[in-house]
Design a binder for this molecule. Structure first.
Ligand SMILES: [Fe+2]
Length: 198
């Protein structure tokens, strides 16, 4: 994870070019996101959780290959002090795979026009990566696998990002999971710019 503070928007855009190119698959342009933002997408986190907290997930887990990096640029941290929570699983993917069990690790994603099968822990031994979004990944073999996955996730130490204006955070979307924290007040003024990098 990389955190840059007091970086202006134009410099942030330039800096992101060092990490790769912007994904042209769905969002060539940055997307403005804020709590409560209406979403037309079926099975979106907002449609289920509204203004509440979001569970840990991979962004765009319904893409055949989720974006490598996920960048957030803070335009306004909002009055709710809502954090973004991060879990780094980079060194834990082998352990996670063992805990879950290879035989049970099969899901179907129906969010796209063409449903496809996928796993939680993907890739080869030397290049493991994770895909997790409980809202769109339906277990194929073991119905209770999702609760076992969430139990493992809940045991991991999370890092909280306390947003400040002009802060840029880049996370490895295939080795870290992120979640949206809670807010006691309506904080649609918490505005982040989200960019996918490959
Ligand atoms: Fe997300």
């Amino acid at each position: 994870m990389w955190i840059y503070e007091n970086i202006d928007e134009i410099d942030a855009e330039q800096l992101l070019l060092k990490y790769g190119h912007r994904d042209k698959n769905n969002y060539g342009e940055a997307e403005i996101i804020y709590p409560g933002k209406p979403s037309k997408a079926k099975m979106s986190l907002t449609s289920k959780y509204g203004m509440g907290e979001f569970p840990f997930h991979t962004d765009v887990a319904y893409w055949p290959m989720p974006a490598k990096y996920l960048a957030f640029y803070c335009l306004n941290p909002g009055q709710g002090g809502r954090v973004t929570r991060i879990i780094n699983l980079e060194s834990k993917l082998d352990e996670f795979a063992k805990v879950i069990g290879q035989k049970s690790d099969l899901f179907v994603i129906k969010k796209r026009a063409k449903p496809f099968y996928t796993k939680l822990i993907n890739g080869s031994k030397h290049d493991r990566w994770i895909r997790w979004d409980q809202e769109i990944m339906s277990p194929v073999i073991e119905p209770k696998i999702s609760s076992r996955i969430n139990e493992y996730i809940s045991q991991q130490e999370a890092f909280n990002i306390h947003w400040k204006p002009d802060m840029l955070v880049i996370i490895d979307n295939r080795r870290m999971l992120h979640a949206r924290g809670n807010s006691d007040v309506i904080d649609s003024d918490r505005i982040l710019k989200r960019i996918f990098i490959n």
